[in-house]
Design a protein around this ligand. Structure first.
Ligand code: OSB
Ligand code: MG
Length: 371
């Protein structure tokens, strides 16, 4: 049966992070993104969230390109095609190259709507089974090693299951060695966000001494060939983030042995349907996966939680508690973490209510599209 989508709402929100987040490319404090809403004939409401940043440092998409794609292309494609299952969008969106984050923002709202129409939780609609998920935390580059150690200490005490540290040339080996000496039993990993090249191979090989859980995306944002050479020269598992946009990329990375682990981000791969396909092929090939984060507000966080209930998400993800990012989140209840664990909500759809007042307060622009 066709999902009778009657209306889309596109809200642009602006929210301040509690703390600035610094990567090898710069610092984010203000987050701008879209909340997408798909409404059916009976008034059921499905929600999604976009993850592109205001500038294209992580990938090529931005808040502006997301809006352009949704308004001028993607909604039209939904209008012209019958959607009976969210997976249909893989085919419907095919005429538009790339722009995965824009596609995912709409797809997420339709997945939520689909699950709510069936009156089942989103995680169940996706085929997930876990009732609890393990989570870690990603710590941005800090002003000093001392501050980093204090921050880690806080999260370890809070029970987070692994600590991820952002690295860049000049903030890597020495810092990680210091961290490892203070927290010898804590699972530690490093994320470079593409800050190195193969020229740094000797330097990167030194990280093998530190017994890291993995190193995430050391080389170029679109590379799988050099990563394959690096993985052959290192014991530390390489995890790909930026380089994996699709099932096809995943298959090629597996063939080339470019990584042992994949960070799946729903937005980066174009939505939950593609994320699920990537998960399945990783499961068949013994590649461990975990769910990455994009500093999401509550709706994006809820989608990440639902995805993480799939069985091959065997490593703790980056979906931490709402309160670590936001003074006030846009969902009720907020995402809470106890001893490094999130209890997966059992209500229909994303499983959290929208805090309508908060949503309104953070909205700076709203557009309605009638289908
Ligand atoms: O590379 O995983 C990343 C944040 C923004 C952009 C890219 C990344 C990150 C993080 C933090 O590491 C994830 C989060 O806490 O949501
Ligand atoms: Mg990353």
């Amino acid at each position: 049966m066709t999902i009778p989508i009657k209306q889309f709402k596109l809200r642009r929100l602006r929210m301040m992070l509690n703390n600035p987040f610094t990567t090898s490319f710069g610092t984010i404090q203000e987050k701008e993104f879209f909340v997408t809403e798909a409404i059916d004939e009976e008034g059921n409401r499905g929600f999604g969230e976009s993850v592109a940043f205001t500038s294209p440092w992580y990938n090529e998409e931005t808040v502006q390109t997301t809006q352009h794609m949704i308004k001028d292309f993607l909604i039209k494609l939904i209008q012209e095609n019958k959607i009976s299952h969210p997976d249909d969008l893989l085919e419907v969106f095919k005429p538009i190259r790339g722009n995965n984050m824009a596609k995912s923002a709409l797809e997420g709202a339709i997945w939520d709507l689909y699950a709510k129409r069936l009156n089942i939780p989103l995680y169940e609609a996706l085929g997930g089974t876990k009732k609890e998920i393990d989570v870690g935390i990603s710590i941005g580059i800090q002003p000093s090693v001392e501050k980093l150690l204090q921050t880690i200490n806080y999260y370890v005490k809070e029970g987070y299951k692994r600590i991820k540290i952002k690295i860049k040339p000049g903030w890597d080996y020495e810092v990680l060695r210091e961290v490892k000496s203070h927290f010898p039993t804590v699972p530690i990993m490093a994320d470079a966000n593409s800050a190195y090249t193969l020229k740094d191979i000797d330097h990167l090989q030194k990280l093998d001494e530190l017994d890291l859980l993995m190193i995430e995306q050391p080389l170029a944002h679109d590379d799988i060939v050099d990563h394959s050479k690096l993985q052959a020269a290192m014991h530390t598992p390489i995890c790909l983030d930026e380089s994996i946009h699709s099932l096809e990329d995943t298959q090629k990375a597996i063939q080339l042995q470019s990584c042992k682990i994949i960070n799946i981000k729903i937005g980066r791969v174009g939505g939950l349907s593609e994320a699920k396909r990537i998960h399945d092929v990783c499961k068949q090939n013994g590649i461990d996966v975990w769910c990455g984060g994009m500093l999401e507000a509550g709706i994006g966080r809820a989608h990440n939680i639902a995805l993480t209930t799939l069985p091959q998400f065997v490593l703790p993800g980056d979906t931490a508690a709402s309160a670590l990012y936001w003074k006030k989140d846009i969902i009720k209840p907020e995402v809470v973490v106890e001893n490094g664990v999130i209890s997966v909500p059992d209500r229909p759809g994303i499983g959290y209510e929208i805090d309508e007042q908060a949503l309104k307060n953070f909205t700076v622009e709203e557009e309605v599209f009638h289908l």
